[in-house]
Write a protein that binds this ligand. Structure first.
Ligand SMILES: *Cc1c(COP(=O)(O)O)cnc(C)c1O
Length: 380
């Protein structure tokens, strides 16, 4: 089955009770048993829920995995992955990382005796020097947020296999429409389903997908034992979102390309970060491992002026100033004062997050209106 068909039908069965084409929202915490243990596969909704199960099967299908798991948020999904580890274990992670992931690693799990190394992985030659006998996991985010660096998943997977490590990839920005990390050798794919998978800015959710049964069993155990699951209503919404993922992503990519090119040619714009440009430092890798370049773009204005960047964002009318990304509506954000404010200025600027950096999540509106909106805001 090809991707566009999987997005709609992957892992799905019509409901056995009445043939409902969409899985009903099984808003129940528990299930009647005829005798102790005499049930139809569902006992308690932290462990299993039919609506969540339908969604988890869809996750597995679109990522070319075997097992899907849904969580109450993207961070809850990451939390479950790190719980595979023990005190003394070490993790090597990309350094340009979603702020909340960095906070979870450093402010929660370091206190439990897990050690994290944050390194630039655009050049994978750097990686092996950080591997020692305690290393258990490599954590990759690509493209990165907000600098749009691209990391060669296949080449990291090769190193990871040689050293018998687990490789997890946060695939939130790319989505399986553009990039399938399990096919490239990763062991675990993670999503903030809050973003493109849900796609309508109406739900917070996380996902994991794996191929290997033992790993899946351990993660299902953690999901149930730690209990950070999502509810049936949210499961229904994300399942509905996934059914249009392919057509939304197609438009996100088209609009993203048009806007990236418009900004690149604008006399008041200094630099545009988007992996589709031939002069992007990792463009060749992006072309190889992605089927398109997505709708996430960062740019800096000439003169690197904080006030000017803030003015542009405030003057946008169709782009909404907000956290998050991946919805049908276009959003604009200011990483230095929003998502990355907790990182000290010097640290921030080392990775390129300067005060004049603006991040766009390009939506699926008419691109002419989006460009006109940027034009009037930049000209003001
Ligand atoms: C939003 C996001 C997360 C965290 O997901 P939540 O659903 O907000 O918990 C993790 N990684 C990336 C790349 C994200 O954009």
């Amino acid at each position: 089955m090809k991707f566009n068909t999987k997005a709609i039908h992957g892992g799905q069965k019509h409901d056995p009770a009445y043939g409902a084409v969409m899985p009903p929202i099984y808003q129940t915490s528990t299930y009647a048993q005829t005798t102790p243990g005499g049930h139809k596969g569902f006992e308690y909704s932290r462990t299993h829920n039919p609506t969540r199960k339908a969604l988890e099967d869809s996750f597995a299908s679109i990522e070319n995995g075997k097992f899907g798991l849904a969580f109450g948020s993207g961070l809850a999904a990451i939390d479950a992955v790190i719980k595979l580890l023990k005190p003394g274990d070490e993790v090597i992670s990309t350094n340009d990382l979603y702020g909340g992931t960095y906070r979870l690693f450093t402010k929660i799990f370091e206190d439990f005796g897990i050690k994290f190394h944050f390194i630039g992985m655009e050049n994978t030659n750097n990686l092996e020097q950080f591997i020692n006998k305690n290393t258990k996991l490599i954590w990759v985010e690509t493209p990165t947020n907000p600098m749009m660096n691209v990391i060669d998943i296949k080449s990291v997977a090769k190193i990871s296999k040689e050293h018998d490590l687990l490789l997890a990839v946060d695939n939130t920005f790319a989505t399986p429409y553009l990039q399938r990390p399990l096919d490239l050798g990763a062991d675990i794919v993670m999503h903030s389903a809050t973003k493109y998978l849900g796609g309508h800015s109406d739900v917070v959710m996380g996902a994991l997908v794996v191929k290997e049964e033992k790993l899946a069993e351990r993660l299902y155990f953690i999901q149930n034992a730690s209990g950070a699951v999502c509810g049936p209503q949210d499961s229904f919404l994300v399942l509905r979102g996934i059914k249009t993922l392919h057509i939304r992503m197609q438009r996100h990519c088209e609009n993203g390309e048009a806007i990236a090119k418009y900004l690149k040619n604008h006399p008041k714009i200094e630099k545009v970060y988007w992996p589709g440009f031939e002069d992007h430092p990792n463009h060749e890798v992006a072309k190889e491992q992605m089927d398109g370049f997505g709708g996430m773009i960062s740019f800096v204005t000439k003169g690197s002026d904080y006030d000017k960047a803030i003015k542009i964002i405030e003057n946008l009318k169709i782009f909404t100033l907000a956290e998050s990304l991946g919805g049908v509506e276009s959003l604009a954000g200011h990483p230095a004062s929003m998502t990355h404010a907790s990182i000290p200025k010097e640290e921030r600027e080392k990775t390129g997050v300067v005060d004049s950096l603006i991040r766009l999540s390009v939506g699926i509106e008419d691109v002419d209106d989006l460009i006109a909106d940027l034009e009037q805001a930049i000209d003001k």
